[in-house]
Every structure is written in structure tokens, then in C-alpha cells.
Design a protein around this ligand. Sequence first.
Ligand code: ADP
Length: 385
Amino acid sequence: MTDRHAILVVDDEEAIRDSCRQVLTKSGYECHTAVDGVEGLHMCHQIEPDVLLLDLMMPGMDGLEVLGQVRKTHPHLVCVVITGYATIESAVDAMKAGAFDFLPKPFTPDELRLIVNRGIEQHELLKETAALREEKERMKQYFITIVAHELRSPLLLVKQYMDLILGKKMGQIDETAEEMLGGAHGTLTGLLDIIADWLKLARTNAGDIAGGLEPTKIMPVLDKVARDLQPFADDKGVTLRIERLNEMCLINGHAESLEVVFKNLVSNAIKYNRPNGSVIVESLCAEGTLKVEVRDTGIGIPKDEMPFIFEDFFRVKSGKTAEIPGTGLGLSIVQKIVDGHHGSVEVESTEGDGTVFTVYLPTVEVREGESRATPEHGETEKEPA
Ligand code: ADP
């Protein structure tokens, strides 16, 4: 591999191409030139330059068009646009379109060298950032594998043995042993919940969700959440009601992830509620946005704790929450998934009175005569968060 940095100069003026080549070659760069946008694009693919010096005003394919195309195919290529004084406005447009800098004509050899050196630095920085990002993703996948296989699987096995013993499948056990094992079983279950939530958080990649979005109806998602959580609500003596509105409202969504969102919000609304309290889920579809409210009559969230509730592992610590199990990861997962849907989530709460979580998601426009069914999604999953 050569250490020399490659520069491509795309300009229809021969004098500019020649002078750039002279200056840059003398400075130790590998300099290539192209006479117009089409040749420039072709050479970009061929030589993969580090920095592109691009004239904006060219006959045929102009600089802005070339810039638009190379930005898609060569994300690490640093582009400097060459402009005449009269075209400073198009230089600003080019910067908005992703150019790194601009070089007004006429320019001196020193000005050219300076801007190319800075472009090379920027290119190196972009490459390093991409490599670090890749490394981070690799490490993340590695930890997911470790946590899933080396930690979760053996713990699940231990829990299964405990289930057998506590279920008296292996014979009677004395009362003290049963109590101690019961405590250990509870701790283990809490630990497995943290691992399950942590894995879910680590695997929830906003980019992946955005890639898997399709027209989805919200009501089937909410119905499934209500079905799954009804026994939990009964157990807590809480009334759970889903208002049946917006049967036709379509959002660009990922049904399984949305189920995770509303399962977390509704299970929180149940577990932080009071006996004989209620949880109402209501949705409204208007002006390109679906709004889903999860309203409860529970303990509420102290005002000074509100800014932190979406942070990883954050839990409100108070006498009222001490006995309520949780991992502090549910709302971080909610936030990440909603972000992946280009939506937002808000919360309003009054201590002692209740809490309302509101999720906003952009809707899909359905043209007349077009009908789309919500994709069925499988029967997933997990106990209340
Ligand atoms: P957890 O597993 O602890 O429920 P979450 O991330 O889902 O974690 O929520 C973070 C914290 O926010 C909870 O520990 C709780 O203190 C508070 N919280 C969330 N939802 C509610 C709610 N509906 N009512 C009262 N407090 C809530």
C-alpha cells in the first residue's frame, strides 16, 4: 500500500488542472485530474481519492451534482469546492450539501496546499472515526454473545433446577430450606430480568429499526399488549382499558419493537399504580401524527427525578418504590425504539396522582383505494418489565 495521499482535481479549465497538478505533485501528493463531472465521477470510483477538488461551474454535470453523487458512494471522501468570487452563494450551497470547504479563484499555491493539507487531516479523522465505530460495534456484539451465552444460559439452568426443587418435583423440602431457596430464586429472577433487558437494549439499534419499518396498524399491537398484561393487572387489582380508536391509522412501524415500547409503558403503569387504580391507553391520529397516551392513577414521579427517568439503570428510590421490582432499563429501551421510529416520547406526572406517558409517531399516508394489512407478528415473550 502506498502512503501517498491521492487528490483528484475536477475542473474544465486546463490552466487550473495543470497548476494544481504541479503544486500538489511537488508537495508529495499523487494528483489526478478530470476535465468534467462525468469523468470525475468515473475516476472517483477508479482511484478512490482522499480529497476531491471540485469546480462548481462546469458545463454538463455541474459540481453540485457530482458532490451529491460522491457523497452517497464515498462517505469518507473529503470534497473541497473551487469557486469564482461571483459564485460564493453556490459555495455555501455546496457546504450545505456536505462539502468540507471551498477555495475561491484565483488562489495561490500556498492557499491550495493549506486547504489540501486540512482536507487530508479531515479524511484521516473520518477514517479513524469509522474504524472506532466498527470496533465499538464489534465489541458490543462480543459482549452480547458473552452475556447471552456465558452468563444467561447457566443462570437459566440454575433457575430451572430451583423451579423443580421449589415445585416439590424432587420430593418434599423442609420449611427453612424452602424459604431460603425462595429468596435465592427471587434474586436470580431479578438478575435474569436485568440481563434480558440489557440484551434487549444492546440489540435495539435505532438504525436497524428504521431499516425494518413498514405500514403498521397500532390497534393490534395495543390489543396484544393488553392481552399479555391483563393477568398482571388483575393480580395488582388494577383496571386496564384500551380505548378502541384509530382502527385505520397507519404508522411506519416495526410491530414487535412497538409492542416492547407499550409493554414497558403499560407494565410500569400497572406496577407503579395503587390498588383499585386504573390504566387507560388512548390513541389519537391527526395531522400526520399518531399520539398514544398511557395514563395511570399511580404513585407518580417526583419532579426532581423526572429528568433522569430515561437514563440506563435509573430507578426512583423511595419508600413507595422500594418493594417494586425493576431494572431501570425499560424507559431507555422505550426511548431508543421511539427514536428509531423518528418519533418522540413525553411524560407528565403528579406525585400521588398519576402519570401520563405520551408517544408520538409519524403516520403513513394511505391513498384512496389502497389498503394495507398490518403484518401479523409472532407471539413473543417476556414477563412484565
Ligand atoms: P423499571 O424497570 O425500574 O420500572 P424503567 O426504566 O421502566 O425501569 O423506569 C424508570 C423509573 O421511572 C422507574 O424505576 C420508576 O421509578 C419510574 N417510573 C416509570 N414509569 C412510571 C409510572 N408509570 N409511574 C411512576 N413511576 C414510574
